[in-house]
Design a binder for this molecule. Structure first.
Ligand code: SAM
Length: 231
């Protein structure tokens, strides 16, 4: 998979050279390029923002550098998926990560300030599939942290990135429920014992106990997941 990221703070993404995604990049499974939006500016100050038409607080990202960046990154790809992180977008979920992990080419455009000139989204729709995606109902300073979270969630679903694919199947949100509790050695720690069933060797009983735990944990912590199967 190819992923391009455009940001005015490319060094945010240095962490994506580490761990599983770093290995996926080294092995060629993931072709991830992070680009500086200012490389598509042509003035002495490498300006990417200006005051909003109609007034108001804050600055807005200018359309021109974004247009040039999208033109260059999308050329040669047949309608890439262009994701703009936004608190005003659809909420990113595990199901959406699964879908996006099947795409050939993703472009992430990281907003800053009050966001990006609206015409950029319209233009981007003419060259790719545009998705405005929110991490949740809160506001970040920029799209970088949201993009990193999405790339990590999507990237680990690309075949070959996580060594044991079974570990992906049993995780929270994969079957609409939260994951069951996990324990490792020692069997007793600070007077807290691991549940007996996990030491029983009875695989049927263990599977049944884990399922019960998933349902109970979801009911207590995230009842909305049991009520809503649209995600
Ligand atoms: N004025 C915008 C609004 O009210 O919708 C918020 C702009 S925010 C300060 C700057 C950038 O951070 C956004 O363009 C977006 O890229 C990113 N961002 C902020 N909150 C986000 C969230 N919850 N999910 C994804 N991206 C977010």
């Amino acid at each position: 998979m190819r992923i391009d990221v455009v940001s005015i703070f490319p060094s945010y993404f240095d962490g994506l050279t580490l761990s599983l995604l770093g290995k996926a990049r080294d092995s060629g499974i993931l072709n991830l390029n992070v680009r500086d939006l200012r490389d598509w500016t042509h003035d002495r100050h490498r300006t990417v923002d200006d005051t909003p038409y109609g007034g108001g607080a804050g600055m807005v990202m200018k359309s021109e550098p974004w247009g040039l960046a999208l033109d260059e990154l999308a050329s040669g790809s047949e309608r890439p998926t262009i994701i703009f992180p936004s608190p005003a977008g659809e909420v990113f979920t595990q199901a959406k990560a699964r879908d996006l992990a099947t795409r050939e080419h993703l472009i992430f455009g990281c907003g800053r300030y009050e966001g990006i000139d609206e015409r950029v989204f319209e233009y981007a729709s003419s060259i790719g599939e545009v998705r405005l995606m929110s991490l949740g109902d809160y506001v970040l300073n920029g799209g970088e942290v949201a993009t990193m979270a999405m790339i990590e969630a999507i990237g680990r679903l690309i075949p070959g990135v996580v060594g044991n694919p079974e570990s992906l199947v049993e995780e929270s949100h994969e079957d609409g429920l939260l994951e069951y509790p996990s324990y490792t050695k020692p069997s007793v720690w600070r007077e807290r014992a691991v549940p007996d069933v996990l030491l029983s060797g009875n695989h049927g009983a263990i599977a049944a106990w884990r399922r019960e735990q998933q349902i109970e944990r979801t009911r207590v912590r995230r009842p909305d997941l049991l009520a809503d199967d649209s995600a």
